[in-house]
Design a protein around this ligand. Sequence first.
Ligand SMILES: *Cc1c(COP(=O)(O)O)cnc(C)c1O
Length: 392
Amino acid sequence: MNKTQPSIDTLAVWAGEDEYLLQGATQVPVVHSVSYGYDDTEQWLRVALGQEPGHIYSRNTNPTVQVFEEKVRLLEGAEAATSASTGMGIISSVLFTFLSPGDRIVSIKDTYGGTNKIFTEFLPRFQIEVTLCDTTDHEAIEAEVSKGCTILYLESPTNPTVKIIDIQRLVRAGHKAGAIVIVDNTFATPINQNPLQLGADLVLHSATKFLGGHADALGGIVCGPKSLVEQVFHFREINGATLHPMAAYLLLRGMKTLHLRIRQQNENALEIARFLESHPKIERVFYPGLESHENHSIARRQMSGFGGVMSFTLKEESFDAVSKLLGRLQYAHSAANLGAVETVVGPPATTSHVECTPEEREAMGIPESLIRYSVGIENPQDLIADLSQALG
Ligand SMILES: *Cc1c(COP(=O)(O)O)cnc(C)c1O
């Protein structure tokens, strides 16, 4: 590879692979081996003690998984990265690595549904105090953080109402309080937003979504300084939520087109959001690329593209109207996923916030008539025609 710093497009295709290409193969192998044998016991010991690179047992490390981690690490511009079997696997590993009884974590109300469950159902059982602030009330978040916390946990854009928070501003507040600042970057991907460059300590992803992009593999990853990532790795190798090498391979293959997919999805989403915004049957469109979005100016500042996910509400406020619309769409899977090459739609009640009761969703400001629309890489005119006939 060229010695000058390659662009993110080139990194998506090439990064992390050289070392693992086998006997002239141009593609990374799927290493299905559980363990790794050593003729030299001295060398085995050095690898086991971490004094020499190598693999011992695939719950801890695996060559295919390592290439996946290396590619994301380079895309995020991080010192280190470690993965897990799912996005929730990495999120829970990160939280349980750094939190102890008596600690306090500050976050926002609009985190991913599963993350919200950890905050409200599990952490309190371990005497960890959780404070969830209104997502876009920066002053309230700063005030809570200044009272002291171990972790400030952020997500931007959020799921499903695509809210934007000022990462740089909250990083300053977090660091003043001595907190580790973590950002879930799933919706943006490293193509559209770099939380580490904005000052965050750790950036994490559900690789299941845009990174993989093909809705055929689950995975999670966290990137940041070695001193922090090593601790997460150690907890994850013990809790056992290991990324499978076959999943790592699928995610890697998907990532080779990450930059192309994200650019197409950015363009498609903006065009479709504008179409929906002007449609008489649509009440509201939530998309950070629209001038009408409440935090459009922050999005412009910290993102280089606004992503492939939007949500909208219908003027006719009933779950029945939502069901009818979804049933008429030809080019959209009605499914609990996002970030794929195909367009995917779903209401939060069956997708991101399926774990919550209607009352809990209402408290989080998620209307029951909301539809999340994750744009694929199809031709935007075909998607607009499809939405148009379905709404008509
Ligand atoms: C899907 C998602 C997760 C959880 O990821 P899984 O791979 O499903 O465990 C976390 N954060 C965000 C923003 C997500 O969209």
